[in-house]
Ligand binder design. Structure first.
Ligand code: ADP
Ligand code: MG
Length: 219
């Protein structure tokens, strides 16, 4: 079973993983209401069970409430075709309206169960925002991996290794370590089978936050 980005971000939010302020919207009216609460630049994001929305026009930055309204009316009820949906695409029935972040850098972070060794693997890569499968294929050395026992906490040296492999500096290190610990906490608490944050970003304020979320659970 998988959940939508906005639902994953809600789990993140209540467990200490920083995410932008945002609200789901099932109608144009709700999208406008959400944008008013955010009161600034917003991102209108189609909520479908597939990635690749950005390139397919499913993630749009709005500079005004009018733009939120027009993007919401463009997207709601439309079929979005991305490289992950297959040719039939997926119908957009909900949106996430969220605060636009000022992005300094985009990374990839993921946690998966490696069934072969019966351990969890926490991965990060500076090659964020792009398809991680391509990175794994062409430049596997760009993916740094930490293995974890299911009962284990992320050890301080492991969290530091993740932070340093992303070249985090100064305040970013502290923020990154807190985010990694909270991500692992979410993964264990909800018995996830996969978690991907692509991108995990450094903001202009040097915070390490989750801008996307993909979470799967075993049925
Ligand atoms: P997908 O993986 O389906 O393409 P993402 O949520 O990763 O969707 O969004 C695609 C891109 O849009 C991100 O890599 C990021 O550059 C940008 N983006 C997404 N959310 C925000 C946000 N809240 N603020 C600013 N940019 C964003
Ligand atoms: Mg993404």
């Amino acid at each position: 079973m998988n959940i939508h980005e906005y639902q994953g971000k809600e789990l993140f939010r209540i467990n200490g993983v920083p995410v932008p302020m945002g609200y789901p919207a099932f109608s144009i009216e709700e999208a406008i209401e959400a944008a008013k609460k955010i009161n600034g630049k917003c991102v209108v994001k189609a909520q479908i069970h597939a990635g690749g929305r950005g390139k397919a026009g499913g993630v749009k930055i709005a500079n005004s409430i009018e733009e939120v309204e027009s993007f919401a009316s463009d997207l709601l009820g439309k079929i979005l075709i991305t490289h992950q949906t297959g040719p039939k695409g997926k119908i957009v029935q909900r949106l996430l309206i969220e605060e636009a972040s000022n992005i300094k850098k985009e990374f990839y972070a993921g946690i998966v169960l490696d069934r072969a060794i019966g351990k969890y693997v926490f991965m990060v890569s500076t090659k964020g925002g792009v398809e991680i499968e391509k990175v794994a294929e062409k430049t596997p050395e760009k993916i740094i991996k930490i293995t974890l026992e299911p009962w284990q906490d992320l050890q301080p040296y492991q969290a530091r290794r993740l932070a340093f492999s992303l070249n985090l500096k100064g305040e970013q290190i502290k923020s990154g370590i807190k985010t990694f610990n909270s991500l692992w906490k979410v993964f264990k608490k909800y018995d996830c089978s996969l978690m991907e944050i692509n991108p995990l970003v450094i903001t202009d304020e040097n915070k390490v936050i989750a801008l996307d979320s993909k979470i799967n659970f075993d049925d």
